[in-house]
Design a protein around this ligand. Structure first.
Ligand code: SF4
Ligand code: SF4
Length: 172
């Protein structure tokens, strides 16, 4: 996405407390970014999709364009490969900035529905795939014990982190 596009699409309302908030939520080095764009030039996703630009997310977050960033669907395209973090000459830790943004977007209910549904399934069943007789027969053939269909070992983890409440509010 070009600078022109961010200016046209960005909402006028700016939340000046947003950068400081993000710093407390894991984007500790947000202010170190000086917009050199090495993160974007190294990003494998940006090479495939010219509209995906991690540098612009970091710029917009630093400017307090909270709604624009959190509601931006392409925020979720990031693969968390950490290439940008390795490339950054200022140790601005762009992957950590993107992770803080995604965490906040999730908390505010802007996560894509399939992702939120997958997280809910993980919370309820401790896995994101179907456990059925076929799977357990395959496991038996490999000498593995059967899986319990109703295992709930992760539910407490989701409750402690606050994700359980968020998921129950945000996913039907
Ligand atoms: S995060 Fe690092 S690599 Fe990316 S624009 Fe900022 S300073 Fe440059
Ligand atoms: S972590 Fe995300 S933004 Fe950074 S290089 Fe990988 S895909 Fe691109």
């Amino acid at each position: 996405m070009s600078q022109d596009m961010i200016e046209k699409k960005a909402p006028n309302n700016v939340d000046s407390s947003f950068p400081n908030y993000l710093q407390q939520e894991g984007a500790e080095r947000l202010w170190a970014c000086y917009q050199c764009a090495k993160c974007t030039s190294g990003c494998p996703l940006s090479r495939l999709d010219g509209d995906y630009n991690p540098r612009l997310f970091i710029r917009a977050a630093g400017l307090g364009l909270k709604e624009w960033v959190l509601q931006n669907e392409s925020l979720w395209y990031c693969l968390l490969c950490y290439t940008c973090q390795e490339e950054c000459p200022e140790d601005a830790r762009p992957t950590e900035v993107l992770t803080a943004l995604k965490n906040e977007a999730f908390r505010q209910g802007f996560a894509p529905a399939p992702l939120a549904m997958g997280a809910k399934k993980l919370m309820e069943e401790s896995r994101i795939y179907l456990v059925d007789d076929f799977l357990n027969e395959e496991r038996e053939d490999e000498g593995l014990p059967p899986l319990d269909e109703d295992e709930e070992v992760l539910e407490e983890v989701f409750a402690i982190t606050g994700l359980k409440e968020r998921l129950e509010k945000g996913v039907d």
